[in-house]
Design a protein around this ligand. Structure first.
Ligand SMILES: Nc1ncnc2c1ncn2[C@@H]1O[C@H](COP(=O)(O)OP(=O)(O)OP(=O)(O)O)[C@@H](O)[C@H]1O
Ligand SMILES: [Mg+2]
Length: 512
């Protein structure tokens, strides 16, 4: 069955049940009310009957009996309202009966009456009163008398049977009743009205259930449509959010799902692009040294290289093969760091010495560029890091600074700051534009290919590795640069107590 019909059926059933329950409740309450009102009325008739007809000696205040005349008068009056009564003095003795109908009082009823309880009977098949007195009926009752032979043909009555006491002694029991048909007539009218209300509400319920079901299924349809779009590869779908129901939550989750799908789709594209770029760059980087080596080998093979140049050619080939090895090693290193495959053994050491040593190692290279290298660090600068990796990071950055600076100053500084140690390598070299700065952490990125220092054979892997290493230490690396003016790299290494997360990882690495 389609969801809309199922929903409709659900709503319709609920609304209909509500109407039926309310209807039944209403009929029940109204019929109870009608009966209660009738009983109240009958009770007041009964009270005035006894009041009018009871006789007692004014002197002795003794109960003497009942006067028939007021009873007869009342009987005629009540007859017109279809009310019949019978008065008993005891269970077996009838004092007066206004008609051929009287309530059937059972022995248990008598017990209750003697205990002073008034009995109400909702529907009672009357019997013929038996006793000494003949009913005082008018002619209108003659037709009913004919039917009185069979009790089944007697109309149903609702009765009140009430005991009356005088000085604690039961003196009379009045059974007073009217035809149920009077009440039933009223009830029938109410029932007919309710039927009309029921039919009208059913139609409204049907329309209402359709509207409710439609609004739900329409939202589901929208989701289906969106899902179809996703199947077709279109992740740019967003469902409208309204209300605070489960469908709204589902739509919100759906939107989150499409967002993350779109994101991962873009990430896949980016990664694919990076992979493609890497392959192209790697091939490009390798082609130059390989071409050089190949050319020289051919020259040697065909004896095209003069004897005095042969040594130089072999030196060139050696340089190029070294360059190829470095390229491969750097790439392997990068991948190892990236995939967390390297183990770090961190300790606290004095970085001041390390920086002085590095500056010294690189003086030769600085001299070729006519650069001055300055080290401005405190006498001791305790740093928490993997010693070899720390040297690798600083070496790369200082080397870059020298490489891209001519006749300038390279300042290496370090200081203790909040939660760790900070190092700065500032140069007065060529600098970079904002766009160039954005890309320097990418593998094979070289800001200015025309200014590439072929002597050192840069591959554009240095900073990519540096970045990974600093992150692995839980540190931070930043760069600020101004084109044509110079560049400053700032590297932060956290202290032991602030590098907690990384050290746990480190232990697990060590185990591996
Ligand atoms: N101090 C600097 N001043 C100006 N440009 C720089 C500086 N440091 C890095 N760059 C730019 O960032 C690029 C990437 O640097 P990176 O160290 O990754 O590669 P590389 O030095 O070219 O090659 P490799 O370090 O692998 O030999 C450089 O090619 C250069 O364009
Ligand atoms: Mg470099």
């Amino acid at each position: 069955m389609k969801l809309i019909y199922r929903q409709m059926l659900g709503f319709f059933a609920v609304i209909l049940t509500l109407i039926v329950v309310l209807g039944l409740l209403f009929i029940n309450v109204t019929s109870r009310m009608l009966y209660t009102n009738t009983w109240k009325q009958l009770q007041s008739y009964s009270d005035s009957l006894i009041e009018d007809s009871m006789r007692y000696d004014p002197a002795t205040k003794q109960f003497e009996g009942f006067t028939t005349v007021p009873l007869e008068n009342n009987a005629q009056l009540l007859q017109r309202q279809n009310v019949h009564f019978t008065i008993y003095s005891t269970q077996s003795k009838l004092i007066y009966s206004s008609s051929n109908y009287t309530s059937n009082i059972t022995n248990s009823d008598w017990k209750k009456l003697k205990a002073g309880k008034t009995i109400h009977k909702m529907m009672d098949r009357p019997i013929k009163p038996n006793g000494s007195l003949k009913p005082q009926n008018s002619s209108s009752n003659s037709s009913r008398k004919a039917n009185s032979s069979s009790s089944q043909s007697r109309p149903l009555m609702t009765d009140v049977i009430r005991p009356y006491f005088y000085k604690g002694k039961l003196v009379a029991v009045v059974s007073i009743g009217s035809f149920v048909s009077n009440i039933q007539g009223n009830l029938q009218q109410i029932r007919e009205n309710l039927w009309i209300a029921f039919i009208v509400s059913s139609i409204i319920a049907l329309i209402l259930s359709y509207v409710l079901a439609r609004s739900t299924t329409r939202r589901i349809d929208k989701m289906r449509l969106a899902t179809h779009k996703i199947i077709q590869g279109n992740y740019n779908v967003h469902l409208e959010l309204k209300g605070h129901d489960e469908l709204n939550d589902l739509s919100a989750d759906f939107n989150k799902m499409t967002d993350s799908l779109q994101e991962s789709q873009e990430e896949i594209k980016r990664q694919e692009e990076r992979r493609r770029q890497f392959m192209a760059d790697a091939a490009h980087e390798m082609r130059t040294p390989l071409t050089t080596i190949n050319g020289l080998l051919e020259g040697l093979a065909y004896d095209a290289i003069p004897e005095e140049d042969k040594a130089n050619s072999i030196k060139l080939m050696q340089n190029d093969t070294k360059r190829l090895i470095r390229l491969v090693n750097d790439n392997l290193d990068y991948e190892k760091i990236r995939t967390n495959q390297i183990s770090m053994s961190r300790k606290v050491f004095d970085a001041s010495d390390v920086l002085h040593n590095l500056a010294e190692q690189l003086t030769k290279k600085a001299a070729t560029q006519s650069d001055e290298v300055k080290v401005e660090v405190p006498n001791t600068l305790m740093t928490y890091a993997d010693y070899d990796r720390f040297v690798q990071v600083l070496f790369n950055i200082i080397q870059n600074a020298i490489q891209f600076t001519e006749k300038g100053v390279i300042t290496i500084s370090g200081a203790k700051i909040d939660k760790g140690t900070e190092f700065k390598v500032a140069d007065t070299g060529i600098g970079m534009t904002e766009d160039q700065v954005k890309n320097i952490w990418e593998r094979f990125y070289k800001a200015d290919r025309s200014r590439m220092n072929t002597k050192y054979g840069e591959s554009g892997l240095g900073l990519a590795i540096v970045h990974q290493l600093v992150e692995l230490h839980g540190g931070k690396i930043d760069v600020s640069s101004e084109y044509g003016k110079g560049t400053t790299f700032t590297i932060f290494f956290p202290d032991r107590e602030h590098a907690q997360h990384q050290s746990t990882q480190e232990h697990s690495d060590d185990k591996n």
